[in-house]
Design a protein around this ligand. Structure first.
Ligand code: ATP
Ligand code: MG
Length: 401
């Protein structure tokens, strides 16, 4: 079970389990894990450490205060559990290494166990100063459904030479992640079995508030018609993400905000493009409405409304397409085309194709656009052609015939 026992000598020290995470939101899997570690390792206390700016997360997290309040409520005064604001008090990214250094200074009579689920093993060697970290604490890895507890040779050899080492413990872990919780909330499904009862309503509400906030901003920028279209694209994108195993939360947000710059004037689009070097393509400059994707993505990032690169890229490329479009960007591209408010000839066929195969749907959407542009003698954006070629490359020819 244990691959390497703790080598920290001091016996009289208090044994503290440090539980760091984003906790967006805290769920029953976290609580189960913390309790089992406390029992099995005979820890005196567990200190929960919510990350302020999680170094590995690219999506937008719920504000710190809210995540912290959820932990507090979920723990409900449970003995032996505390929350530390150490990462909030420090500026910048929340590196565990800095937290441990600080705690060593502050709490010389404590022996630290840093608690993680098995998913952490995969990227441990990318953690900031991970080798030194293993001198500052015993790195505890627990069972987590869906992940194995294999330690790579590289990590193993460092762990063996370190003061703290790595300790693997088996627990009856629960199959739940914060991502699952967020996805279920986005789909309006029940999260009752996954998070503590005390915070169910707040977590659901928080998601609604986040979306309501975006909607308010959008309502002030877009006509009623385009606002309605945006909500419809968001719903379609979330539905497709659900169907094709994608990220529903991200899909909804990207769909909602994809036309953020759509009602800027031609002058505004050109000015922002020139000033911030957003495009050098001649076609976009002649057909300025194509600029609303890149300009919208730039504005959303600049205004601090969206930091998630994947969402921004999906917005950036939703009109022209891009050969490197990922699944999310493809979902937004086609949702814009087939949302229920669209009623051009052929849209039903596009919907049918998309429901069967997302990529073929995108390809059919591109074909539709290109045909339309050719008919009207409009310029064709080179990215649309490159996107189409990429999609063709991805598909065996029989699929298309
Ligand atoms: P997300 O899906 O947003 O990544 P998460 O459920 O993984 O959320 P985090 O806040 O990222 O939660 O994780 C904090 C710590 O808790 C990590 O070390 C993670 O491995 C561990 N952990 C999370 N869920 C479980 C679980 N169900 N069982 C055991 N450990 C878990
Ligand atoms: Mg995680």
């Amino acid at each position: 079970m244990s691959t390497q026992s703790s080598k920290t000598e001091a016996k009289a020290k208090r044994k503290i389990g440090l539980f760091g995470g984003t906790f967006d939101p805290i769920h029953l899997g976290h609580i189960r894990m913390a309790e089992r570690c406390k029992e099995q390792l005979e820890l005196d206390e567990i200190w929960w450490i919510p990350a302020s700016v999680p170094p590995h997360k690219t999506r937008q997290t719920t504000p710190y205060e809210k995540r912290r309040a959820w932990i507090e409520k979920a723990l409900d005064g449970k003995a032996g559990h505390r929350i530390l604001d150490i990462e909030k008090e420090r500026e910048g990214k929340s590196y565990t290494y800095h937290t441990l250094l600080e705690l060593h200074d502050r709490e010389p009579d404590c022996q630290f166990y840093f608690l993680t689920g098995a998913d952490s093993l995969d990227g441990l060697h990318t953690w900031y100063h991970w080798e030194e970290l293993l001198d500052l604490c015993t790195f505890v890895v627990t069972t987590r459904p869906g992940y194995d507890m294999e330690i790579s040779e590289q990590i193993q050899s460092v762990a063996e030479k370190s003061k703290g080492g790595i300790l693997c413990i088996e627990i009856d872990a629960l199959q739940v992640s914060s991502t699952d919780v967020r996805k279920l909330v986005a789909q309006n499904q029940s999260i009752e079995a996954l998070i503590p009862t005390e915070i169910i309503d707040e977590v659901k509400r928080s998601m609604e508030i986040k979306i309501e906030g975006y909607k308010e901003i959008l309502k002030n920028r877009l006509s009623v018609k385009r606002y309605t279209h945006s909500v419809s694209v968001a719903n379609t994108a979330a539905r497709l993400a659900g169907m094709f195993n994608g990220d529903i939360e991200r899909a909804y947000l990207a769909g909602l905000m994809h036309d953020y710059a759509r009602e800027l004037t031609e002058e505004e689009l050109l000015e922002l493009t020139a000033k911030h070097n957003l495009s050098t393509d001649g076609v976009e400059l002649m057909q300025t409405s194509l600029l609303h994707g890149p300009v919208g993505a730039w504005l959303l990032e600049e205004e601090g409304l969206i930091t998630d690169k994947q969402v921004l890229d999906a917005i950036r490329w939703h009109t022209t397409g891009h050969p490197d479009m990922d699944q999310l960007a493809r979902i937004i591209y086609i949702s814009d085309y087939i949302e229920p408010g669209r009623n051009f000839p052929g849209v039903d066929l596009l919907r049918q194709i998309t429901n069967k195969d997302l990529n073929l749907g995108v390809l059919a959407g591109l074909d539709h656009t290109l045909g339309f542009l050719v008919q009207r003698n409009h310029f064709i954006h080179p990215l649309s052609i490159a996107t189409r070629n990429r999609l063709l490359e991805e598909h065996v020819v029989e699929d298309l015939s």
